[in-house]
Design a protein around this ligand. Structure first.
Ligand SMILES: Nc1ncnc2c1ncn2[C@@H]1O[C@H](COP(=O)(O)OP(=O)(O)OP(=O)(O)O)[C@@H](O)[C@H]1O
Ligand SMILES: [Mg+2]
Length: 374
């Protein structure tokens, strides 16, 4: 529910920002669309809830993380424009994005196809690689911190920025805020973290995209934490039977309880996703699931093509004879380029079936199609 911002606060911000409307709210901050006056541009203005105004440690960390994030210049990482304090109110001004967060997208479409999922998560993994190479840990990888713009461009937000040092945040009324469902077991246990904690959380997001739900959750945050520490997450394949074996194995690897048993770097995760056939044996290693029926259909199709070829090739013009099916390498390149910017131009987006329909700029065409088919 949107709470109007008191006029006195709007007035205090006016020399720098004209606050227009609330666009979102999280556990620790409210986000407003605003105009940065000196540059006359829209910004997303994140204002920390007043309840945190006296938590000096939290505020120091908030500003430090904002500064660290602003030092990273990457197309898949949110750009920070400004941060500071006005009239005791701590804020962060960042680029204003149009689209929806990944959790909103999953909520709307229930679950995402593997190709669509990787077109969002591979660029995020590459962005995370940059973050880790700088010696930073994101600490708060979750679907609500990944924004998908209307052009299908994924952007990683919120570098553990608005997180207090205690792993759960308790509001003034005593209620626990936020969901621990994306926390690694070591994060849930409150021990020291390294970048492999982000790899676990990345696995949770991958699981959520493909199945529509997080692997371990419960009706309250404390039970969720207990489950994360002590219970094995379900296999993706047990929930979505058509999941290719390698993809289910990959997710299980990312969700290993012990950090030593996970891929040790996000770069290794990128490699596993990019070349599953090298790492998961040679069983079904396509990124999207293929049923037995489609395999049989393809075989019959190829057989028919072969017969056609034997009978008619001598009558065909040379140019047509040279037409061939794309090689697996070409398909891989296509997926990789889609992963970098799946909706960059309508042509490439078209090939990946994820263009936006003009009638509803917000809804990826891919989903409109699948919704119509169902
Ligand atoms: N740069 C931005 N551009 C547009 N909308 C944004 C931007 N940043 C945040 N939002 C919107 O504000 C909402 C709240 O973001 P916020 O980070 O405060 O909360 P959260 O990530 O859902 O939860 P948490 O408190 O755990 O961080 C987001 O879900 C998103 O809809
Ligand atoms: Mg957030």
């Amino acid at each position: 529910m949107n709470k109007p911002l008191p006029d006195i606060i709007k007035k205090a911000f006016r020399p720098k920002f004209e606050i227009l409307e609330q666009i979102g709210e999280g556990g620790m901050a409210t986000v407003y669309k605003a105009i940065q006056i000196n540059l006359n541009r829209y910004v997303a203005l994140k204002i920390i809830h007043p309840g945190f105004a006296h938590d000096q440690e939290f505020l120091a960390r908030f500003h430090r993380e904002a500064q660290l994030c602003s030092a990273i210049n990457h197309p898949n990482i949110i750009t920070i424009y400004d941060e500071g304090e006005i009239a005791d109110i701590h804020y962060l001004a960042m680029e204003f994005l149009e689209g929806m967060t990944l959790d909103q997208l999953i909520f709307r479409y229930k679950q995402l196809e593997p190709d669509i999922t990787f077109s969002y998560l591979l660029p995020i993994a590459r962005a995370l690689d940059i973050v880790h190479r700088k010696g930073l840990i994101h600490r708060d990888i979750k679907s609500s911190n990944i924004f998908i713009t209307n052009e299908g461009h994924p952007v990683l937000m919120d570098f553990g920025i608005a997180h207090s040092n205690s792993f759960l945040t308790v509001s003034q009324t005593g209620a626990v805020i936020g969901t621990p469902a994306y926390m690694s077991p070591e994060q849930a246990a409150g021990v020291e973290l390294d970048s492999r904690s982000d790899i676990y959380s990345f696995g949770v997001v991958l699981f959520e995209c493909l199945s529509g739900r997080v692997p371990l959750s419960a009706s309250n945050p404390f039970s969720t934490i207990h489950r994360i520490i002590y219970e094995q997450p379900p296999l993706l394949k047990s929930m979505i039977p058509e999941t290719p074996e390698w993809l289910s194995d990959l997710v299980a690897l990312l969700l290993q309880k012990e950090a030593d048993k996970r891929p040790q770097t996000i770069n290794q995760v990128i490699e596993l996703i990019s070349n599953p056939q090298h790492h998961f044996g040679n069983h079904d290693t396509k990124r999207s699931s293929m049923t037995l029926y489609s395999a049989v259909g393809m075989f019959i199709g190829l057989l028919a093509l072969l017969v056609y070829y034997i009978n008619f090739t001598d009558k065909m013009p040379v140019k047509e004879q040279n037409q061939s099916n794309p090689s697996s390498q070409q398909i891989k390149q296509k997926i990789d380029s889609a992963a970098i910017n799946p909706m960059k131009d309508s042509d490439s987006a078209n090939k990946n079936n994820i263009i936006y329909n003009n009638d509803s700029a917000e809804i990826p065409y891919f989903y409109q199609q699948s919704l119509t088919n169902n």
